[in-house]
Design a protein around this ligand. Structure first.
Ligand SMILES: NC(=O)c1ccc[n+]([C@@H]2O[C@H](COP(=O)([O-])OP(=O)(O)OC[C@H]3O[C@@H](n4cnc5c(N)ncnc54)[C@H](OP(=O)(O)O)[C@@H]3O)[C@@H](O)[C@H]2O)c1
Length: 303
């Protein structure tokens, strides 16, 4: 029996933070949680884009509660102040969905001078998660779901040139950031278990889903070749609603456990199932090294 968001249990009384909630998978995730009665904090870098999503896509939903949080994951100072706003306002959190992402843009630096995909997809989410752990710890069964990609399997950590300063290949950098998501999430789960925490960390990947991610990449690179390539592979893509199922499953299903990854049944598409993580994310020594290096970059630590 295929799993859909209808199978999610009632989420009334639960508080969920979704990053990148105004578009694509984040917006579908928001919709699903609202329909099950949750309070969803929409973490978005543009409040006006979040408001448009509320006035449009989310307009007909009369369940749950929405709260807006301005957060730019490409600026660690803004990540810290966004996390503080949440801690002050809520004091607890049941679920954190590290979903926001950027794919294959031209070489760009974040506010603190990191390559933008590494900064937004990995460092910003790592900093947000570490900051919010104390309020996740207050809820029994709290979960953190980090959204990766099939690109994790092509990803390599470039220890010599992680920020692409010597040579920038936008797809390599995307794959590196998505492998980083998995290494981060698995290492976090190990550390939480060592600390006997009740919080767990899981990974999800959507396969191929029609969202704004591809359009933005084509536009930012002004690449007609890429536009054409996407047209050819369109039949492989599923809708954003299907693409959001692995992260919803990882966040809510009682069978999903810390350290696991969920993705579509047929890798690119299909209903969610337990799946493997990239082999390089399973190497504990590499993960530890990567964690410690990331801690240095964000200026925060969690043992
Ligand atoms: N769609 C796919 O086929 C696919 C495949 C594999 C993995 N993924 C992953 O799925 C996740 C969601 O992507 P999507 O497909 O839903 O793409 P999307 O429709 O482009 O949504 C991306 C979201 O991330 C937000 N975002 C980007 N940069 C940000 C920043 N600096 N600070 C805060 N938010 C930022 C965007 O906000 P703005 O609207 O303000 O730009 C948007 O809300 C990403 O992590 C992506 O890597 C997607």
């Amino acid at each position: 029996m295929p799993w859909t968001s209808e199978e999610m249990s009632d989420q009334t009384g639960r508080t969920v933070l979704v990053t990148g909630a105004n578009s694509g998978l984040g917006l579908e995730t928001t919709r699903a949680f609202l329909q099950k009665g949750a309070t969803v904090i929409m973490g978005c870098r543009s409040i006006s884009r979040a408001q448009s999503a509320i006035d449009g896509f989310l307009k007909k939903i009369d369940k749950g509660n929405i709260s807006l949080l301005e957060i730019d994951l490409g600026d660690l100072t803004k990540v810290a102040s966004a996390a503080e706003n949440i801690m002050d306002k809520y004091g607890h959190l049941d679920l954190l969905i590290n979903n926001a992402g950027v794919m294959a843009p031209p070489y760009t630096l974040s506010k603190q001078g990191f390559e933008i995909q590494f900064a937004v997809n990995h460092l910003g989410h790592m900093a947000l998660t570490i900051k919010l752990l104390p309020i996740l710890e207050r809820k029994v069964g709290a979960r953190i779901v980090t959204v990766s990609s099939g690109a994790q399997f092509m990803g390599q950590i470039d220890w010599e040139d992680m920020q692409g300063k010597k040579r920038y290949d936008r797809w390599r950098a995307y794959s590196q950031s998505k492998l980083a998501n998995v290494m981060f999430a698995l290492e976090l789960d190990d550390r939480l278990k060592t600390n006997k925490s009740m919080v767990s960390s899981l990974v999800a990947h959507p396969g191929l889903a029609r969202t704004n991610l591809q359009l933005r990449s084509i536009k930012a690179n002004n690449s007609w070749q890429e536009g054409l390539a996407y047209k050819f592979i369109q039949p492989l893509f599923q809708g954003a609603r299907m693409g959001s199922l692995p992260q919803l499953f990882a966040a809510t299903d009682p069978s999903a456990k810390g350290g696991q990854q969920y993705g579509p049944r047929f890798n690119f598409r299909g209903y969610p199932k337990l799946c493997n993580s990239a082999a390089s994310a399973l190497k504990k020594d590499q993960r530890k090294r990567f964690w410690e290096l990331s801690e240095e970059l964000i200026g925060m630590s969690f043992k």
